[in-house]
Design a protein around this ligand. Structure first.
Ligand code: NAD
Length: 360
């Protein structure tokens, strides 16, 4: 039976890397029925939204999405399509592995981290108050009444929202992932020394859940210390579980540890559906240039194959990708010693090389 998958090319460099990824996935021999759905900048002009409802409906039907990045205009009040998608489908776990492969230009060897980021709340909950609005005034009044703080009206507010239910769910996900994948330790990352109530709740809940998993070690780290520790001794860490914002930042940091965003994959997983996408964004300055690295999306495709139960095809595609990386010949500029290396190849040539390898 072919697998029905919703394919969202996204915008910027998204369509190029999506096409390259679709080609290599088909070259594994696994059969797909792609339901291609448009989201991103061009939809905003046509339909007034970057995420039309048919995208959500399609994923609800197929249960699986493969997605290119989508641009979010900074500070213009338009909600991110990525955040909206994750919230509407309740894709509560953002799984971002960071693994070094021979041939990657990294300062480290043998990194094998799993970042589990909570995907639905925290400062990403989308509860914000704009200065000069009646709601903003009202909220300042409430804050002044309920606390000792008189806030400046020339301000803006974003709410950090952490619940016991979402924390339990994400920490359980991290432990279950650790157990299912032979991992030894889960580290909860927080800033509970300063955000004593919100991050304090996250930490206390994580400790509670950890008691259910006595076979897996558990510890916690303050997020700033975690950044330093990851740079100094990443080999001490295994599975990290974090609230949304820290998870976003630490997963980019981890992508930097393994050789850059060009090879960092991700998955957004809920109880009903899953959407696979690279960690990186739409890199719009390179759009249409056949330049950026499609491997982060191809590795996301490997994760999708595993999710679909196609373990053997996933293994073959991962092996083909690691071979191309180790060989260092058919790779994009970001994997070369210098970005202006004249031997770098383009996005579609990487796909050709991976397909050639798969067919050997
Ligand atoms: P970005 O990840 O798009 O790019 C940052 C830089 O990283 C690029 O300029 C490029 O030098 C490098 N890079 C990124 N992807 C690469 C690849 N595949 N190959 C080689 N080099 C690559 O981050 P940004 O510039 O901060 O964001 C651009 C837009 O993407 C923003 O609108 C942002 O909101 C959006 N974004 C979307 C997603 C998503 O769709 N899930 C994720 C992050 C950012």
């Amino acid at each position: 039976m072919p697998h029905a998958v919703t394919l969202i090319p996204g915008d910027g460099t998204g369509p190029e890397i999506t096409e390259a990824t679709r080609r290599v996935l088909e070259a594994t021999g696994v059969k797909f029925v792609w339901d291609v759905r448009r989201a991103g900048a061009e939809m905003l002009e046509k339909y007034g939204t970057v995420l039309p409802d048919d995208v959500i409906e399609s994923i609800k039907r197929t249960k699986v999405g493969l997605k290119g990045p989508i641009t979010t205009p900074v500070g213009r009040g338009q909600r991110s399509a990525n955040v909206t998608l994750r919230k509407k489908l309740d894709l509560y776990a953002n799984l971002r592995p960071a693994k070094t492969y021979p041939g990657l230009r990294s300062r480290y060897e043998n990194i094998d981290l799993i970042i589990v980021r909570e995907n639905t709340e925290d400062l990403y909950a989308g509860i914000e108050f704009q200065r000069g609005t009646p709601e903003h005034e009202e909220i300042l009044e409430v804050i002044s009444r309920c606390t000792s703080h008189q806030l400046d009206s020339n301000s803006a507010l974003s709410v950090k929202y952490i619940t016991v239910a979402a924390t339990r769910r994400i920490v359980r996900f991290a432990f279950e992932y650790a157990r299912a994948n032979g991992r030894r330790k889960v580290t909860a990352v927080h800033k509970a020394n300063i955000m004593r109530l919100s991050d304090g709740l996250f930490l206390a809940t994580a400790h509670e859940v950890a008691k259910e998993f006595s076979d897996i070690q558990f510890e916690d780290r303050i997020v700033d210390n975690m950044c330093m520790q990851l740079v100094q001794k990443p080999e001490l860490y295994d599975v990290l579980v974090l609230p949304n914002l820290y998870g976003d930042i630490i997963s980019d940091l981890s992508a930097g540890l393994i050789g850059g965003l060009g090879v960092a994959p991700g998955a957004n997983i809920g109880s009903q559906c899953a959407v696979f996408e690279p960690v990186h964004g739409s890199a719009p300055k390179y759009a249409g240039q056949n330049k950026v690295n499609p491997m982060a999306m191809m590795f996301s495709g490997v994760m999708m194959l595993r999710h679909l139960g196609e373990r053997e095809a996933a293994h073959r595609l991962e092996r083909a990708l690691t071979h191309i990386i180790a060989e260092g010949k058919y790779v994009t500029y970001d994997l070369k010693p210098r970005p202006d290396d004249p031997t770098s190849v383009g996005t579609s040539q990487v796909a050709d090389a991976v397909i050639e390898r798969l067919h050997r």
